[in-house]
Design a binder for this molecule. Sequence first.
Ligand code: ADP
Ligand code: MG
Length: 698
Amino acid sequence: MANINIPEIFGCRVFNDATMKERLPKGTYKDLKKTIEEGKALDIAIANVVAHSMKEWAIENGATHFTHWFQPMTGITAEKHDSFISPTPDGKVIMEFSGKELIKGEPDASSFPSGGIRATFEARGYTAWDPSSYAFIKDGSLCIPTAFCSYTGEILDKKTPLLRSMEVVNVQALRILRIFGDTTTKRVETTVGPEQEYFLVDKEVFNKRKDLIYCGRTLFGARPPKGQELDDHYFGTIKPRVSAYMKELDEELWKYGILAKTKHNEVAPAQHELAPIFDTSNIATDHNQLTMAVMKRVAERHGLVCLLHEKPFAGVNGSGKHNNWSMSTNKGKNLLDPSKNPRENTQFLVFLAAVIKAVDEHQDLLRLSVASAGNDHRLGANEAPPAILSMYLGDELTAVLHSIETDQVYENKQDSIMQTNANVLPNFVKDTSDRNRTSPFAFTGNKFEFRMLGSAENIACTNTIINTIVADVLQEFADILEKAEDVKAAAEALVKKTLAEHKRIIFNGDNYSDEWVAEAERRGLLNLRSLPEVMPMYVSPKNVALFGKHGIYTEVELRSRCEILLEKYSKIINIEALTALDMAKKDIVPAVAAYIRDLAETANLIKSVDAEIVTVPETELMKKLANLLSCFLRKIDLLDKAVMGAKEVDGVADKAMYYKEKVLAAMQELRAVADEMESNMSAKLWPYPSYGTMLFSV
Ligand code: ADP
Ligand code: MG
């Protein structure tokens, strides 16, 4: 294979800073940069020049169309492509793209989920360019990352609140920096590095499974003889076919200017992970959306299907997305860097305390930000963090905070040297924070890693919430500290008070243990296992006030979001139930019946040869399967009734709860019988590829 020149291809499909600098008139470039840096709206005169230059570049790179690329509440990205063509009087066309088309689009909003907003307002929607996220070329279209709102200004997407929340962090974090004497920092950005997990299955195998096609997850499937119990997949050697996929994926992502960095096999068979280098939250979000789309596309070219669902297979790990989060100044200083001596780094301690308080006070929001029908299968199972939120700080910070709480002197920990005791290996300095893989919200050196996110979800919602809750506490802290005469003393007192009030959220032990569930309950921490339980909390008075105060969501917007998410949950379970019924009635029942007939015929044959034979083994198996099949038919009936019953339930919240308690439960019962039959069936007659085939055939 030919060598590729990575620096050369990196960002070749992106109208990035270097390209802008090269192609835009100096003045326009400067104006645009200023607009981006100050987070201002773009002037139409500048936009016209930028649009022209963008179009020329796009055409040179094979584009014929442009599209505003946005993130509606569907969870995936949306695009509507317009060609650059414009007719001329002589019957020909010229290629045109105006500043107006660049900065504003008017897609019809009526077919996107709006949670009732549309009913009360006009159907028109607007998209507006987010100039801090570069335009890029995908499939011959110039894609312009945009925000999406309704005619009257209600937001209809996931990007706008994220941008708003970043601004709120900027304002409040700057206040803290000023209090500590920093007069030069201009902006504080939140940064995110999302680690993305996924499964790869063979395309031909995938095509034989209706459940994977319609639902992205298996609804049936007996456990294979081998799963992940040997821990031999995690970080294991990557198979050639997967390796070829990952190689092309990296190259594609690099062309989009995405900093794909780490790739490895994950715990479950056929499961893998990709992590980029972190970026500012909005760009990390755009890039993660693009990454997921590219992952799926590249897979097709390798005869594979990339599954992003949180729980494609029962019995092995599901997929998550670790959201590494921090705050950084425009000068690149990480505000969550504890430095060599965190005990004396009061500014760091204030930021740390703010995150602790925010997480404790808003467990509900963090939990609901990761709730989805898919992720419900993961949280609370023995693989991902549990549904209970808690924070891990590591030994050093825990000791530092303890010394503050108890007014004790803190002995600054020296770098501890790891003795490898093998001459050929170098000794190395140990990190001061160890890892706790079971913690949902862990401090990992100079950032927090929120691990409850599902693999398929857009990270915008979670980051909007992290930003807002942290900004809210920073504001409260800034209000107090700005009035203090002795800032250091006041800040220490504030940290101490915060710890006393919120240390229940800190837990350094094993989050998977039963003892923790009991302990968490004693501490009064929330344990919300499913979306229908947690989602209605979105619109609690506390949350309406919080989002309103910071201008992130109005109450109308919040209610619409809550409704959309509850509705989506019900729709997903409904699709799953209908798929399960379809598979059960059309494929599984006939297959088992056919096998029973085979067995009966064989039994009769044996008896016809020797009428003396009393016990024919085929008869035993036939009876067993016939019993299972009758039971299966009853379960089909129950699921059918459960699905019908949903029509009688009013209200989105009650409906979602019904789907969870009645429909999902009936699906699980149906599955149990199917899996039992599969285990006792001829593999040849079973209508679907087995778990073994799906998990081990790539
Ligand atoms: P691990 O799997 O050990 O958690 P990875 O290297 O897979 O670590 O992922 C760590 C992620 O954290 C990467 O995406 C990395 O870019 C990101 N990260 C590092 N520093 C920061 C930061 N300051 N802010 C946000 N994300 C960060
Ligand atoms: Mg990782």
